[in-house]
Design a protein around this ligand. Structure first.
Ligand code: NAP
Length: 248
């Protein structure tokens, strides 16, 4: 059964990793896909072709998630190209890990801009078409690090914790319009972002994960599918931990 037929989904940061898996999963379930990336032109073109081959409309937009004007332009372009926006996945993000003693102001600002301001930038835009349709699902990519904290990741953790506060507030603000807003908090997922963990000493991490493995991008994509679809019509303001039990 396809869960997202006749829906238009906008997924940020989909040229690689978790965003790419979400775009593919949603397309397999019949959604038209608008997606963004920052610099991976070739990967974005390849994804556009892959999604189109699945029989859905798909288009990649080069758009910096941290730039307010770019988000405004993006939402206008997607609404024009696709007619509406039913689902928005604010997934784009970066990490700049460092102990606080060494964490520079620039690193702090880069993380906040890409991870937290980005969520404000695009959510503010997409609620317009959603209010008109009196329906919508917004999914924000937090992290288990935003729930628990992690030494050496204070900026990243603060940005991801901020996303949770934003998500719960927006859920309260727009629930009466039948627009839902939830967050996903992945644990360690095998992508470019966690390459340094996979390269050596992975067993050390497995001891902290009840399911004894790193997560796959598909594990997160399945959670996003649930939150995007009508399987979750009475779920809003929640944080869904997809972390192999790490937060337990
Ligand atoms: P990734 O493999 O590093 O991919 C990041 C994606 O975001 C790429 O498509 C990248 O585009 C895009 N991006 C980065 N900055 C952007 C910007 N300013 N504007 C637009 N696009 C931008 O990361 P990932 O591991 O899939 O992570 C995806 C999300 O999940 C992030 O928010 C991350 O914090 C969160 N998360 C990841 C993990 C994990 O273990 N991997 C755990 C918890 C949470 P380009 O290819 O063009 O650079």
């Amino acid at each position: 059964m396809k869960l997202l037929e006749n829906k238009v989904a906008l997924v940020t940061g989909a040229s690689r990793g978790i965003g790419e898996a979400i775009a593919v999963k949603f397309a397999e379930h019949g959604a038209s896909i608008a997606f963004t990336y920052l610099s991976s032109d070739e990967k974005a073109k390849a994804l556009e072709d892959r999604l189109t081959a699945l029989g859905v409309k798909a288009k990649g937009y080069k758009s910096d998630a941290g730039d307010y004007k770019a988000a405004e332009q993006l939402a206008n372009d997607v609404s024009k190209d696709f007619g509406t926006i039913d689902i928005c996945v604010n997934n784009a993000g970066i990490s700049r890990d460092n102990l606080l003693m060494r964490l520079t102001e620039q690193q702090w600002d880069e993380v906040m801009q890409a991870n937290l301001k980005s969520i404000y930038n695009l959510t503010k835009q997409v609620i317009r078409p959603m209010m008109k349709a009196r329906s919508g699902s917004i999914i924000n990519m937090s992290s288990i690090v935003g729930v628990k904290g992690n030494g050496g990741q204070s900026a990243y953790a603060a940005s991801k914790a901020g996303i949770i506060g934003f998500t719960k507030s927006i859920a309260q603000e727009i629930g009466s319009r039948n627009i839902r807003c939830n967050a996903i908090a992945p644990g360690f997922i095998e992508t470019d972002m966690t390459h340094y963990l996979q390269d050596g000493g992975a067993e050390k991490w497995f001891e902290k994960i009840p399911l004894g493995r790193f997560g796959k991008t598909d594990d997160v994509a399945n959670a996003a599918l649930f939150l995007a679809s009508d399987m979750s019509t009475y779920v809003t303001g929640q944080v869904l931990n997809v972390c192999g039990g790490m937060a337990t």
